[in-house]
Ligand binder design. Structure first.
Ligand code: FAD
Length: 512
């Protein structure tokens, strides 16, 4: 940190130093802003781990309308068509912005962008960098650009613990680093804290991504949307490492098959087989594991001997675990990968609390609906950063008397919540599993201990999942396998979630 706290008062505060947060800070320049990041920039952020890339209709056979149509198909009836149109229209401009900021995208010999294909995209439209190192390259360039922008003050190592709110309007942020608490007085806060994978035992996300922004917003009274929609990646590497390394969909795209320990290709007779949509494959693998099988990705025939050249990063972590993908089947299992739900925002990224914006994976814009189309999340973060920056800049900051002090909550710890959510709100859910999760979460969420915030987020997810008595996209209820004719988004505040949880299980009151 380069400035003392007193000089930073009344600036917009951006919580989160991933792609969403840094692009917002850069788009706000030269307006002075503060970026709070609990980890050093570039670390503990999903953005740096993205392998595939960003979706944008740049090919001669492509158009924003085709990209929008694919997004809406994947979203299973729940996308906001207006938001989809705005984001797919603006995607190519966002790629230009990133290139201008110094991101070295992979290009063809003629200098044009090299466009990859991913599952459920009808055209080649995935812009990537360093092969499967897109996120690393984006974060390198953004961190360098932030370092050259004097209007941005980065407070690395500071964790936001509470938003200070009076009369449903932001008055400040309470944050802490190992040396103690600091209060930043401000009337403008942007939440860009990423996903929720750290709330699950099995996830591909950095473990520090456990929905802290959702808890901050929920405790401030904000509405959250579509929390029940979680994308589980079907092929995370089933070894001891947590978070779980991803075995990219591209491996199945190159012809690898899913087999069990007997060598049986158990998805062969399903529509699309191993290349069926991500949620379909995740459920098939989950069910097979539930029948006491083990599941492997068999790449021995295809890509076979070419595997190490095509997938050097996957080869490296497989070899660390003593597996050579050209010779051995790769053990896999589904893992939490992406949260479609989040803090409900309007077309400018504004939440239901005055002076509070959200973007990136922590937000719910309506782009993804019930299921995210691969590589649409980085695109969403890049595009919406300019919307949020414009809206924040147009909202005058007001110097006000210091906000009322509140006690610093303890550092949040999701470890007690992980087994509960993993059992209760996983790939397959039903009333019984969700009610059991509610019973376990309610006392934790009502406490002021380290599990309080993670449990409050989990409670809201479980209430939303219990309320959705249908199956759609990433939300599958074994007791309600049908998809309703009419799709509706779900909206919830923390107070509503507590009320619903008490109603469901009045006996849980005795734990409070
Ligand atoms: C392995 C993997 C591969 C992926 N591949 C792709 C892909 O190819 N294409 C694609 O579009 N998407 C991909 N995704 C998803 C995508 O990477 C994320 O959705 C996106 O990067 C989220 O960006 P973000 O800025 O919102 O959050 P993040 O990049 O996760 O950043 C969150 C930031 O918030 C900080 N933070 C959190 N809580 C606090 C707090 N309380 N106080 C202060 N700071 C806090 C964190 O330290 C971090 O800096 C992938 C995800 C993973 C895990």
């Amino acid at each position: 940190m380069t400035a003392d706290i007193a000089s930073l008062q009344n600036r917009p505060v951006i919580i989160g130093g991933g792609m969403a947060g840094l692009m917002t800070a850069l788009a706000l320049a030269p307006e002075p802003v503060v970026v709070l990041s609990k980890a050093p920039l570039g670390l503990e952020a999903s953005s740096a781990w993205a392998q595939g890339g960003l979706a944008a209709s740049l090919g001669p056979d492509d158009s924003p309308a085709l990209h929008a149509a694919d997004t809406i198909t994947a979203g299973d009836g729940l996308c906001d068509a207006q938001v989809v149109a705005r984001i797919t229209d603006a995607a190519s401009q966002a790629i230009e912005t990133l290139a201008r900021l110094g991101v070295g995208f992979d290009r063809k010999p003629d200098g044009s962008l090299s466009l990859g294909l991913e599952a459920a995209h009808s055209r080649n439209r995935i812009v990537h960098a360093l092969g499967d190192g897109t996120g690393r390259e984006i974060m390198r360039a953004l961190v360098a650009a932030v370092g050259k922008t004097p209007s941005i003050t980065v407070m690395a190592g500071f964790e936001a613990r509470r938003l200070l709110v009076e009369d449903n309007a932001i008055r400040g942020v309470l944050a802490a680093d190992p040396s103690g608490a600091v209060t930043l007085a401000t009337t403008r806060v942007v939440i860009a804290t990423g996903g929720i994978g750290g709330l699950f035992l099995d996830s591909t996300n950095p473990q520090g991504c456990f929905g802290q922004g959702l808890a901050l917003a929920a405790r401030a009274g904000a509405r959250l949307a579509d929390l029940e929609f979680i994308q589980f990646h079907p092929t995370a590497f089933d070894g001891p490492a947590r978070p779980m390394p991803l075995v990219s969909e591209a491996v199945r795209g190159e012809g690898a098959h899913l087999i069990d320990e007997t060598g049986r290709r158990f998805m062969a007779d399903q529509p699309g087989a191993e290349l069926a949509p991500r949620d379909v494959v995740a459920r098939a693998v989950w069910r097979h594991l539930g029948r006491c099988h083990r599941v492997f990705l068999d790449a021995r025939q295809r890509p076979g001997a070419d595997f190490a050249r095509r997938f050097p990063a996957i080869t490296a972590f497989c070899r660390d675990a003593g597996i050579d993908p050209a010779v051995d089947p790769i053990p896999i299992r589904p893992a939490e990968h992406y949260h479609m739900g989040g803090i409900a925002v309007d077309g400018a990224g504004q939440t239901s609390v005055g002076g509070l914006w959200a973007l990136g994976e922590a937000s719910s814009t309506g782009l993804h609906g019930a299921n995210r189309l691969a590589s649409n999340s980085l695109t969403e973060a890049a595009v919406t950063a300019s919307w949020v920056a414009e809206s924040v800049a147009a909202t005058a900051g007001r110097p006000l008397p210091p906000p009322r002090p509140v006690a610093l909550p303890p550092p949040p710890d999701p470890s007690a919540v992980r087994p509960i959510l993993s059992r209760g709100i996983g790939v397959l859910r039903d009333r019984q599993s969700l009610e059991a999760a509610l019973r376990a979460l309610l006392p934790l969420a009502s406490s002021s201990g380290p599990a309080g915030d993670p449990a409050a987020v989990g409670l809201m997810m479980a209430v939303a999942a219990l309320g959705r008595e249908e199956s759609r996209g990433g939300h599958y209820r074994t007791d309600f396998p049908q998809t309703d004719m009419v799709a509706r988004r779900s909206m919830l505040t923390l107070d509503q979630a507590f009320a619903a949880a008490w109603d469901h299980k009045p006996s849980a009151r005795r734990f409070a």
